[in-house]
Write a protein that binds this ligand. Structure first.
Ligand SMILES: *Cc1c(COP(=O)(O)O)cnc(C)c1O
Length: 493
């Protein structure tokens, strides 16, 4: 049976509780007590949804397998563009694992669509009475995906905070036009880290089930720190591998690399989890943009957030404190006391370092690199012209860092790039990279399609014509009072 411990030492809880709580009471993140090895031979003979069920059940084993299967069925049936959820495309020497074929054209859909179903099942299992209020800080994509995934789900409400100037026009339009009686969206006058810190402080202060006015509810998280977000992400690493074996690109057991555009370190951490469960992964290539804290960390063992946060063409990676890294630290040192110490150093001094032995382990699993906006644009153009594949800005960073990896230490293995967003979500940059122009991001979406012949995803069509339903904007310091006020309201419409 899985037993989720906190990275900072709090008592362990079963999976369904870890799912409901999101974050541990001591501020730590829940980590599974074991990684069950999956039968690879069986995996490669399974369908996407069967793989998802197997992977999810190995993490969330206090729900029944049938319940998990019901959750994935509700989450994935007819919601994604292709029946196999995350198609794998070959272009040039690389494979692109397309994680953006879901309802909001971003990779976070894959995990977020199943999360409300898992939470509802966990809520029933634990006999919870009150509502759940999902609090989320978003750097752009999570917010929309969470809103869309949770809208009109019974017993759950969602409150999304986004950094006012830290998301693209399209991302903003997607969020502020969101319909649903249980959703609320609010801008914060600060950057993503401010918003994320604000949410974390609210979680720390309002733990457990509480009354707000006459309503009883519990705050919970849909951010990638929730184990219910992480577990579904492990699935598509296995699925990509199965696709490669099925199409005879690799033999069963052959090792491969994955290159991952990284922000909060959730997506790539899921890759490490997959590796621990027996997936033959050699190197996990961690790609950053100008906010290259992780590149430095992997190269030197020093995590130092004392630097300016740049707003870049790949906003979902504009992060200085990667939340999920705490789980990696815990895996490296295996000791919650040490994790607690480093996290308090990070908070008070702005940096921490890991000892040489841990650094060596880290470097044996990961390669870190970064890609500037300018290089990402030339990469978008090159890959479009040479390989006929259209990438978004985040995916382009990963593709570019893969090239750096190959130059530095080619291991001769096949590599899959995690394609995390539709190029149309970042149409203005992608269009500029291809030599197009214009300033209206919405028109640029159509122009990009005209220029390349690649169709616009359904969810990004006619965005500018939808009515704006959410106009609130607050200072960072107002996040708590705003949340408490909203929690007490009986009707959000
Ligand atoms: C969220 C996001 C990322 C970063 O993923 P993490 O799990 O936070 O590391 C990369 N690309 C896109 C498009 C995203 O939305």
């Amino acid at each position: 049976m899985q037993n989720y411990k906190s990275t900072r030492g709090a008592v362990a809880v079963p999976a369904s509780k870890a799912l409901l709580y999101g974050i541990a009471p001591d501020g730590g993140l829940y980590v599974p007590s074991e990684f069950k090895r999956l039968d690879l031979e069986k995996i490669v003979r399974s369908s996407a949804i069967e793989i998802a069920n197997t992977v999810l059940f190995s993490f969330i084993d206090d729900l029944t397998f049938e319940k998990i299967a019901e959750c994935t069925k509700n989450a994935y049936t007819d919601r994604f563009e292709t029946g196999d959820i995350t198609p794998l495309k070959k272009a040039g020497e690389c494979y692109f694992l397309e994680l953006f074929r879901g309802p909001t054209a971003a990779f976070k859909d894959v995990a977020l669509y199943v999360l409300p179903h898992l939470m509802a099942a966990a809520r029933a299992k634990n006999g919870l009475e009150g509502e759940l209020l999902i609090l989320t800080a978003t750097s752009g994509d999570t917010g929309k995906a969470a809103l869309e995934a949770f809208k009109d789900v019974k017993g759950v409400r969602v409150l999304v905070f986004y950094p006012k100037d830290g998301v693209s026009a399209v991302q903003k339009a997607q969020m502020v036009t969101q319909r649903g009686s249980n959703v609320c969206v609010c801008a914060v006058e600060g950057n993503f880290d401010d918003a994320q810190r604000g949410v974390k402080q609210i979680f720390d202060k309002y733990e457990g089930e509480r009354h707000f006015g006459c309503r009883k509810l519990r705050f919970s998280s849909a951010n990638s720190i929730n184990i219910g977000r992480l577990a579904p992400q492990v699935f598509y690493y296995f699925k990509a591998y199965a696709d490669l074996v099925k199409s005879n690109e690799i033999g069963l057991g052959e090792k491969i690399n994955f290159a991952v555009p990284t922000g909060n370190f959730g997506n790539i951490l899921a890759g490490l989890y997959a590796k621990r469960m027996g997936l033959p992964i050699d190197t996990l290539i961690c790609a950053s943009n100008e906010n290259n804290v992780l590149t430095d960390f992997i190269k030197t063992g020093v995590y130092d957030r004392r630097r300016e946060l740049f707003v870049t063409v790949s906003p979902s990676m504009d992060i200085l404190v990667s939340g999920n890294l705490e789980r990696l630290l815990y895996m490296l040192c295996g000791d919650s006391e040490t994790v607690r110490l480093r996290m308090s150093e990070l908070a008070s001094k702005g940096y921490y370092s890991i000892p040489r032995l841990e650094l060596e382990t880290l470097q044996s699993e990961f390669y870190g690199g970064f890609c500037t906006g300018m290089l990402a644009e030339s990469e978008i153009k090159r890959v479009w012209e040479e390989d006929g594949y259209l990438m978004d800005t985040h995916t382009a960073a990963a593709r570019k860092v893969y090239d750096d990896f190959k130059r530095e230490r080619d291991n001769g293995l096949k590599t899959a790039i995690l394609a995390t967003a539709s190029p149309f979500k970042f149409a203005s940059t992608v269009l500029r990279a291809l030599g197009g122009s214009g300033t209206d991001e919405f028109k640029q979406i159509d122009e990009l399609s005209r220029l390349t012949g690649v169709p616009v995803p359904e969810c990004l069509k006619n965005l500018s014509e939808k009515p704006v339903l959410h106009r609130d904007s607050i200072a960072v310091g107002e996040m708590e009072s705003y949340t408490v006020k909203k929690a007490g309201e009986s009707n959000w419409q």
